[in-house]
Unconditional design. Sequence first.
Length: 70
Amino acid sequence: MLKINKNYVLDTNQNKIAVQIPIAEFERIEEILEDYGLAQLMDEAQGDETLNKEEALKYLASIKAENVES
């Protein structure tokens, strides 16, 4: 488990209103979340149709052409 060193920010009534964490830990949390999201997308796409290289290049060219026309 990732250990998070945190400092709480308190309001005038000593209620916790925010938290500060070191930037390195924040960046590690972001990386973990991005990896998790990517894994979820890969799982969702598991049964989707795949393209060979030629088909993929044609598809990419058509998308680029649509964006130029817009």
